[in-house]
Design a protein around this ligand. Sequence first.
Ligand code: GLY
Ligand code: MN
Length: 501
Amino acid sequence: MKKTTRQFIAPTLLLLATVTPELAAQISATEYTARRTALAQGIPNGILVALGSPAPSEDFLWFYQNSPFKYLTGFDEPEAALVMVVRDGAIAGKPLIFVQPKDPSREVWEGTRLGVDGARSAFGFDARVNTTLPAVIDSLLGSGAGRTLHVVGDYRPDREIRSHDDQFVAAVARRNPGITVQSANAKLNTVRGVKSAVEQDLLRKSIAITVDAHREAMRLVEPGMNEFELQALIEYTFRRNGADRPSFVSIVGSGPNSTTLHYGADDRFIENGDVIVMDIGASYRGYAADVTRTVPANGTFTPAQREIYQAVRDAQAAAERAAAVNGPAGVLSEVARASLRTSLVKFGLIESADATYDCDAAASRQCTQLSLYYMHGLGHGIGLDVHDPGSATGSGNLVPGSAFTIEPGIYVRGNLLDIIPRTPRNQAMIGKIRRAVEKYRNIGVRIEDDYIVTPTAVEWVSRAPREIAEIEAIMRQPWTGPAPRDRSKVEWYRSTGRPAP
Ligand code: GLY
Ligand code: MN
């Protein structure tokens, strides 16, 4: 395929300058209050502490606030904590936020801190210096406010190597014998599972940016380039459109790498005849998209690649048809698996729809033959985390406000037949599937889309080219440099609640 390139141009500085910053989409103080109130409902009386992320070991390394703390506060500095007194399922008094003090000499290196006064006025919390956190918690636990400490954070008392948060909680428990410590993470996850209108809006923006990146990459790709060239264009497109960063490692896997589910090295020269799995997502104001497309390196799927691709797409379409507002989420996975099984039987990759094999050498366990090629779940919630809480495609119902992915795949790994335990049962199976495995060897296909459930529909949001003909058509377009900035889109990215352009 002939491709042409031209110099990057920057025609849009003027347009950017006209965007009013106060249009910026953001979560309101009222919404943060509602989140904290929802968390307090149903929690027994006590003291709730949510722990922010520690500072990185060097101030020039990345700092990312953990998502539970971000969800509850919107506060984006390290070493912070939130404390609330919970009484009768409500928050008693004002929440207290503990923050790093102002320190002009540190701020020279790390940037401006809000400090106690800044946090108080910007967030409407009662604020304290974070060094006083242990004493305040001890005092509250001893004051009759409640002898239960509810913890939101990286807290799991059952593990051997203790996290920063485990150690903090253990120290509180040592100083306050007789208290009960309970994780509030599960309760918070329930609250986070339903996305507000503003959250949905932010997700639509991160998804739109990710779709743009897919379109760019589809135009650029050709045999001979390295996976990292595609990664660079994808991540450039994210940032150029105002995304914070990739929401997870950008997976650009060509040829054999297409069969590694979370391949993140992105450093192989792409060959003619490869397929390339691009599993990517922008994070926009903290909200994560997650969209996967699989494309043929030279612009045209081979017959074998088409068969696998269409089988994956059919499975996804079956799941989409099964998705209904307030309907059960688990059905999506069942119908997708049934569809994949039918295709794999047709290809000769499995012996029959329900066929199993010995998944250990002792033949003590049976696994489905489907799992030789499809070894992950159908999807997950999306939100502040790329794998966000929510009923998604597991248990529960697709209630309005759910945001989730559907991402079936088939991966025919080059060494598949070498890694199956050599039991008599498996030898017989290998004899039957060997030809098909050779035919589809090193073809990995995943198609992943993002959906938001509204009161009236399960909306497919990530509308990047997806059908075989659409992908081949966009790949015929020459890549002539990044798409010119579109003013209406720029304004949409920066606005709250407007419909997509
Ligand atoms: N995008 C990576 C995953 O969903 O596992
Ligand atoms: Mn995913």
